[in-house]
Design a binder for this molecule. Structure first.
Ligand SMILES: Nc1ncnc2c1ncn2[C@@H]1O[C@H](COP(=O)(O)OP(=O)(O)O)[C@@H](O)[C@H]1O
Ligand SMILES: [Mg+2]
Length: 889
């Protein structure tokens, strides 16, 4: 059961803004020299002007500076002096009360003089700060007064800090503020929060460490603290984000309704026409031209110009040469979500009508038509043809091929070796395009990132994926989904399964939303693999079946056999070996039909492993041979093949050869546990081989890696069971092994459970408990019978028979072994692995003295003179155990 803490967003202190605070601190320090001044703090709505001003005022107060705070509001703008009176009506921090009451019937000049005099009185020669929030709303008279007093107080220790928004506000106030700046006030523009500060803000608001998916969503607020606060609060409330054990993670990618409302409020200060233009633009979902919005909104170019200026000033849109784009992608999404369905459809219809004359791609027009619900067959047909031609013209890497995970695009492969990988891997992207647009680069970069991950160039891939993300700051959905898919690959490689699942799901949804099925295959396959790894078999199967149907209906040659592959893997995980075999064979047939070689190597590797489990080592050898040839042709050797080969050697009891087949996998396991998450049996085999090949460091790395992955994925029972299993084996702890079996009983993986039962049975046997050992073996045997893994069943049956009667051909030597106590036997096992006495003592949590004494007794009982002889004797005895138990004892 998930334990979900109920969370409410926390209140925040001022985050970031170090530079701005420093500037204000310097200005405050100036007061000490008797000089005042003015700072105008400028920033769009919600950027944090009020927060900053409050912070500065509090700071000043703490330093003993007298502080007067005031703010102007929209209502003040039309009433002479309203702002000024309002400002000073607020009690000062010193509790002075109303600073003064000015008489409104005075001549403006007298009035200014009076205000100047009163402020001078109030400050009384001591440092003072007057903070005026939202000064863009002050009325005309107040504006004049402000200008005059600011000029006057320059020679007194009074610092004025005014905040203003570049849009909205009263015209005279704006003009006067410009003038004040021109006359020497310092202008301080608050920038959007940096990524690092956004991360801190998330952590504080959620009171938990946000995972990458949460951060990614947060970053789409474009560094606006207002939007971020609203988004996270709404996300917690709607349980789109959950907090569990000090970590915050995404449950789904959906905009919470409260956030959509908050965005509406955020845009409220804008004029109605500005809001209309934004709404229209939200449908376009890409950078757009003034001409396009002018046409769509019906305002025409002259009508649109001032409005567009308004939204740029308000930092809602950003101008980038000839194009405009939303500064915060989430604002666009919220606007789009908030549109009534009928209006949305109508706008899509209009957008589709923009057509070729505006340089709109046919793919995009198709999308709009589909969304407008008016996709007439004929119009679609024409557009589709155009789209295909266009893609053929411009795309040197046909997408299906580029995305075939088994087949990295050639240029990337060339770019991988050597240093400076990222720029090198990027070069062909630029070179391959006459005019690379952001989103196209992002798409290609994302593809390359995926390929790098696939090539086990994890670090380079991880570096590249966010590069792609950044390149496509305002990218199309297609580019977005590609980067999501790349990040999902990286997350899976890192063993962050929940994140990977969410990203893959989002990528699939994006592909479906924009109607580009060909782009859905890769993330869908990712989803299946990750869901399988998380034991979500039903979901994995449903998605794979759906993908297979789509692939066979509309093509996507590479993907079709890949669906067979993931389904076969799923059958294997669920212990249905016959189904796994027939599905894998169907996959091979499909690959041949479609001339799609990408899945062939992993399919052959899988079939080889299935053959080994069914006692057909010759068949396995043939399949591996074939897989080798395919891999050589493709120039790629995935871990699937290495692992199948290791299984093969292990089955022949050639542990050292088996170890060598996978030796390259060990060093990266802790950082990149991909092979372990995909299949728990991999962890067991890797540990087994490392131990049998007497490589304690590698054995340790498997245990550490699995434990780390299990900790990262608390909801995966299989991973946690396997982690407990390998850890118990490594420590030689029978009680812990029992616990691991207990955990694994709760998973849908019979073969993993059977392996654990077998290991536990061997441990019980070695500890002299034959009866429970026999019971465990009987259970394992039954599981293997059910799964149709004949070879495993036979091995287990032989073990069980060995328990029933006296050991066959019992010799004096065997009797000597039988005389060892369980503790002595445990020590022997570790010594035979090459551990020193001190290491053995650590593992068993006993003193070195105890280990020494166990060893001495053992030497006497077995009649051996030293460790080498002991090891040899032990291994000779081990040889009597039937081959291929998952872990040797
Ligand atoms: N630097 C910051 N650190 C933490 N929270 C902030 C920061 N800046 C703004 N906020 C929060 O964001 C929201 C909007 O800030 P506010 O100061 O009201 O913006 P503005 O006055 O520019 O419209 C507020 O809830 C505020 O607490
Ligand atoms: Mg404010």
């Amino acid at each position: 059961m998930l334990c979900v803490e109920t969370v409410k967003a926390a209140d925040l202190s001022l985050l970031g803004r170090e530079e701005s605070t420093d500037r204000l601190r310097r200005a405050l320090a100036e007061l000490g020299t008797g000089r005042g001044g003015c700072v105008v703090v400028e920033g769009s709505a919600g950027i944090g002007k009020t927060k900053f001003l409050e912070h500065v005022a509090d700071q000043a107060q703490r330093q003993g500076v007298r502080v007067q705070r005031g703010r102007a509001t929209e209502l003040d703008s039309s009433l002479p002096l309203a702002a000024l009176c309002g400002m000073f009506r607020t009690a000062g921090a010193t509790g002075v009360g109303p600073l003064f009451r000015v008489r409104r019937d005075r001549e403006p000049h007298d009035l200014v003089e009076e205000v100047v005099a009163r402020i001078a009185d109030w400050a009384g020669g001591r440092p003072a700060l007057v903070a005026v929030d939202d000064a863009h709303w002050v009325d005309e008279v107040t504006a004049h007064v402000l200008r005059a007093v600011i000029r006057d107080t320059r020679s007194r220790p009074v610092l004025w800090v005014l905040t203003r928004c570049p849009v909205g506000g009263a015209v005279p106030a704006k003009a006067m503020l410009d003038l004040i700046v021109r006359e020497g006030a310092e202008l301080l523009v608050l920038p959007p929060l940096s990524r690092a500060v956004v991360r801190r803000m998330c952590a504080q608001l959620l009171r938990a460490e946000p995972d990458e998916a949460v951060l990614m969503m947060a970053e789409r607020c474009g560094g606006s603290p207002y939007l971020l606060e609203k988004l996270l609060t709404a996300a917690l409330k709607a349980e789109v984000v959950r907090v569990e054990g000090g970590r915050a993670f995404m449950v789904e990618f959906a905009l919470p309704g409260d956030f959509v409302d908050a965005v509406e409020r955020y845009l409220e200060p804008l004029s109605e026409r500005a809001r209309r233009i934004l709404t229209v633009a939200s449908v376009l979902n890409r950078p757009f031209t003034l001409h396009e919005v002018a046409k769509l909104s019906g305002c025409g170019i002259p009508g649109s110009l001032p409005v567009v200026k308004e939204v740029i000033d308000a930092s809602v849109l950003a101008g980038d040469g000839a194009r405009l784009a939303f500064r915060h992608e989430l604002v666009r999404e919220a606007l789009y979500e908030g549109l009534p369905a009928a209006l949305r459809a109508a706008l899509h219809r209009e957008a589709a009508g923009l057509g070729r004359s505006e340089g709109v791609s046919p793919v995009e027009s198709i999308e709009h038509l589909i969304r407008s619900g008016q996709a007439e067959a004929e119009a679609l047909g024409v557009l589709l043809r155009q789209a295909v031609e266009e893609t053929a013209d411009h795309d040197p890497v046909p997408r299906d091929r580029a995305f075939a995970p088994g087949r990295p695009a050639e240029p990337v492969r060339g770019a991988v070796p050597g240093s400076g990988r990222v720029p090198a891997a990027r070069a062909p992207v630029e070179a391959s395009r006459p005019q690379p647009s952001n989103d196209v680069s992002a798409e290609l970069l994302a593809t390359k990132a995926q390929n790098l991950v696939r090539l086990y160039e994890f670090a380079a891939g991880e570096q590249l994926a966010p590069t792609a993300d950044g390149t496509g700051e305002r990218m199309t959905r297609a580019a977005q989904l590609c980067t999501r898919a790349a990040l999902a690959d990286v997350a899976r490689g890192r063993g962050r399964l929940d994140l990977s699942l969410v990203l893959a799901r989002e990528a699939v949804q994006l592909a479906e939303r924009i109607g580009r099925e060909s782009l859905a295959h890769h993330p869908r396959l990712q989803f299946c693999r990750t869901a399988t790894a998380l034991d979500l078999f039903d979901e994995a199967r449903a998605v794979a079946e759906q993908g297979r149907r789509v692939a066979s209906a509309i093509g996507g040659a590479w993907s079709h056999p890949q669906y067979h592959l993931v389904l076969a893997e799923l059958h294997l995980a669920a212990g249905r070996l016959d189904d796994a075999r027939s599905t894998a064979e169907a996959g091979l047939a499909t690959s041949a039909d479609r001339r799609a070689p990408q899945a062939v190597m992993p399919l052959l590797a899988l079939l080889a492993r299935l053959a080994l489990r069914c006692d057909a080592p010759e068949t396995a050898a043939d399949l591996l041979h074939e897989a080798d040839r395919v891999a050589a042709r493709q120039g790629e050797h995935g871990y699937e093949l290495a692992f199948a080969r290791a299984e093969y050697w292990a089955a022949l009891d050639r542990a050292v050869d088996g170890f060598e087949a996978v030796e390259a996998m060990y060093p990266s396991l802790v950082a990149w546990p991909l092979p372990l998450v995909q299949e728990p049996l991999v962890a067991m085999r890797l540990l087994d081989l490392a131990r049998r090949a007497r490589r304690p460091e590698e054995a340790w790395s498997v245990v550490t890696a699995v434990k780390a992955v299990a900790a990262r994925n608390p909801r995966s029972r299989s991973l946690n069971g396997v982690a407990a299993h390998v850890d118990a084996l490594h420590r030689g702890d029978t009680a812990a092994l029992r616990q691991a079996v207990h955990l694994l009983r709760d998973t849908p993986r019979p073969l993993v459970l059977a392996a654990a039962l077998e290991d536990l049975a061997l441990a019980e046997r070695d500890d002299g408990r034959h009866e429970p050992a026999a019971r465990l073996l009987a259970e394992a045997e039954e599981l293997h019978r059910h799964a149709a893994s004949a070879r495993d069943r036979e091995r287990v049956a032989a073990l069980r028979r060995g328990l029933a009667g006296p050991p066959a051909g019992g010799t004096a030597d065997t009797t000597a072994w039988d005389s060892l106590t369980p503790s002595e036997l445990r020590v022997v096992r570790f010594v035979a692995q090459g551990l020193t006495n001190r290491e053995v003592a650590q593992r068993l949590s006993v003193s070195r003295h105890t280990v020494d004494s166990h060893l001495r007794h053992t030497f006497t009982k077995l009649g051996v003179g030293n460790r080498v002889e002991l090891t040899r004797a032990f291994l000779a005895r081990e040889g009597a155990i039937p081959n291929g138990a998952v872990t040797s004892h």
